[in-house]
Design a protein around this ligand. Structure first.
Ligand code: HEM
Length: 255
């Protein structure tokens, strides 16, 4: 005999306030007000939303990677692993966010490109934090924020702090492991080998994001120079080819 089913109660619709608790909680009005296209080209909307979504996700990823670092510093592998795994979810969404721009034609992009002026994702300080956390440290880029003391100070701190990889190496060192080859070869270091695999999951997704960016750029503007002043795809392809966490990849050459 099926048991009694609870009555389906309708959600509340009368709050008697100018906004709903949903809109108030998540700042929805502010959020939508941030979509301000400068041209009449409809494809600019997708470009702005893709940029804003990715910026938010860069910030979330920075948060997860920093949490993983804190955990690694006290050898709390379960907490480090959990944070890196949450980060993988963020990275997957970052990679698929490129779908928002997949259909943009060069004619559409050229229609709003002049309105960007010299603006380029290259100037994203949130992305720069991620690059520094990955160990790609370039002091020269701090110049971008010479006029903004708060952002400059935060970036300097990330630049001068250990990278994700430095913290993983610290875990290895304290566990008495010499390098990644010994970690993968010795069953006693199984937990560390799993950490190595997780870092490669991170690395793969970083490269996937860079590759999809490269393809999106190639589709939208071919080999033209970028708005940020670089040569465009020839400059971007260098970063896409570069291994993330090269030491863990190199261990594959001898294992
Ligand atoms: C189809 C649209 C896009 C085009 C044509 C494009 C083009 C470029 C180009 C040419 C560069 C090299 C720097 C320069 O000279 O400007 C660059 C860098 C960059 N772009 Fe994009 N971009 C696009 C979309 C995006 C989006 C949606 C984001 C998300 C925030 C983004 C983030 C970045 C970042 C972070 C860099 C620096 C990469 C690095 O340092 O290796 N781009 N982009």
């Amino acid at each position: 005999m099926p048991g009694p089913t609870a009555a389906a109660v309708q959600p509340k619709v009368d709050f008697g306030e100018p906004t709903t608790p949903y809109a108030a909680y998540a700042g929805i009005d502010t959020l939508h007000s941030l979509l301000q296209p400068r041209s009449k080209e409809p494809a600019e909307n997708s470009f702005i939303v893709a940029t804003q979504v990715m910026e938010l996700l860069f910030g979330l990823l920075r948060h997860e990677w920093t949490a993983a670092q804190q955990a690694m510093r006290v050898d709390d592998l379960p907490a480090a692993t959990a944070a890196l795994r949450r980060g993988l979810g963020v990275q997957d969404v970052l990679v698929s966010s490129w779908d928002l721009l997949a259909t943009m034609t060069p004619v559409e992009f050229s229609a709003f490109r002049p309105y960007l002026g010299e603006a380029s994702g290259f100037q994203s300080y949130t992305y720069l934090h991620l690059e520094f956390l990955l160990g790609n440290k370039s002091e020269r880029l701090l110049k971008l924020y010479a006029g903004s003391p708060r952002i400059h100070a935060e970036l300097s701190e990330t630049l001068n702090s250990p990278s994700l990889y430095d913290d993983a190496e610290g875990v290895l060192r304290r566990a008495g492991a010499e390098d990644w080859v010994s970690v993968y070869s010795d069953p006693a270091h199984r937990e560390l080998a799993l950490l190595g695999e997780l870092l490669l999951d991170v690395a793969e997704r970083v490269t996937r994001w860079r590759q999809r960016h490269l393809i999106a750029v190639k589709r939208a503007m071919g080999a033209k120079p970028g708005t940020g002043g670089s040569s465009g795809i020839s400059w971007l392809s260098k970063a896409a080819e570069q291994d993330v966490f090269p030491e863990i990849w190199a261990a594959r050459n001898v294992l």
